[in-house]
Design a protein around this ligand. Structure first.
Ligand code: SF4
Ligand code: SF4
Length: 304
């Protein structure tokens, strides 16, 4: 069985990518399972999607702890524990990253035995490229698992049926270009031997327990503060104190997460552990004193 995981952020089309790849397997006669798993259904939040493909019926269910292939649309997720990108990646696995750095740099950084390949370049921050990230990853994945290019092209037409011929053609073109760009790594991914013992990673199988016991923080009242939604941000709100007129209520009142308080002088203070990056405060501030800064840019005064 081939097990593939897609990692990205909400809005990058990872669910669509898994659907496209699953359909391409199906077109080639495989039994297929594909499913997304959401941490939170919001733009920017870490998103997972899975594909299993086999020549025999698939009885396995749930998350894929030991993938043969993990594709990552946003390299900033690698360092986010909640994203689980590195879960179960051993020497058998292929890690396909969208990044501006090379494979050697990532190999040294991650100290991993996984085979690392770099996905064709794209910018998820470029509005012109953003709608096609899913198709691009699906095209690259199809090549890495040894499917035919025509299968992913057909699968895209099926999955995007109803979106119009222009949309389908644009996605097919990106997927095909990504497929071609990965030619040097064609069919690099292989199924794990079914009798192989899973490698010793940090995966833990939990026994069934009542929710009261296994997740007391979820069951208890007023515990949302324990979830650091700051991990979801791709943009960070930054207050320009020179232009803030200390109205002292607009941004704080509109913030859906109660992440803005006022300091003793009446200036807003943003709790970045719990600001999820919705940018509502940026839109609502009357003098436009809050700016959206890409999360990749270091905070002023922060060590680089
Ligand atoms: S809404 Fe704008 S002006 Fe008002 S406190 Fe917030 S940042 Fe300052
Ligand atoms: S971006 Fe602004 S409104 Fe949205 S969660 Fe962060 S502080 Fe609150």
């Amino acid at each position: 069985m081939l097990r593939i995981r897609f990692h990205g952020r909400g809005g990058q089309g990872m669910k669509t990518a898994s659907r496209m790849l699953g359909s391409a397997f199906f077109i080639e006669g495989f039994e297929v399972q594909d499913a997304p798993r959401y941490g939170a259904e919001r733009r920017g939040a870490p998103i997972f999607a899975y594909v299993r493909a086999d020549t025999a019926p698939i009885h396995e269910r749930g998350v894929i702890p030991y993938p043969d292939l993990a594709l990552v649309a946003d390299d900033t997720l690698v360092g986010v524990p909640a994203a689980g990108v590195l879960q179960g990646l051993d020497a058998h696995a292929v890690l396909a990253l969208s990044t501006t750095e090379d494979a050697d740099t990532w190999r040294a950084r991650l100290n991993t035995d996984a085979q690392i390949v770099i996905l064709p370049p794209f910018s998820a921050e470029d509005p012109a490229q953003r709608p096609y990230v899913g198709a691009l990853l699906a095209g690259a994945a199809a090549c890495l698992v040894g499917l035919k290019a025509n299968s992913i092209i057909q699968a895209i037409a099926q999955e995007l049926d109803g979106h119009g011929t222009d949309v389908i053609a644009a996605n097919q073109q990106r997927a095909h270009a990504a497929y071609e760009a990965m030619a040097a790594h064609a069919a690099l991914t292989h199924p794990r031997a079914e009798d192989s013992t899973p490698p010793d990673t940090h995966w833990v199988t939990l026994k069934h327990e009542d929710a009261d016991t296994s997740a007391p923080t979820i069951h208890g009242a007023a515990t949302s503060v324990q979830i650091k939604t700051g991990l979801w941000r791709t943009l960070r709100p930054v207050v320009d104190l020179e232009h803030c007129n200390r109205c002292n209520w607009v941004c704080g009142s509109f913030c859906p997460d109660g992440a803005i308080s006022a300091d003793k002088d009446g200036y807003p203070v943003i709790d970045l552990d719990h600001c999820k990056g919705c940018m509502i405060c940026v839109a609502q501030c009357p003098p436009h004193a809050i700016h959206a800064v890409p999360e990749k840019e270091p905070e002023k005064g922060a060590a680089s």
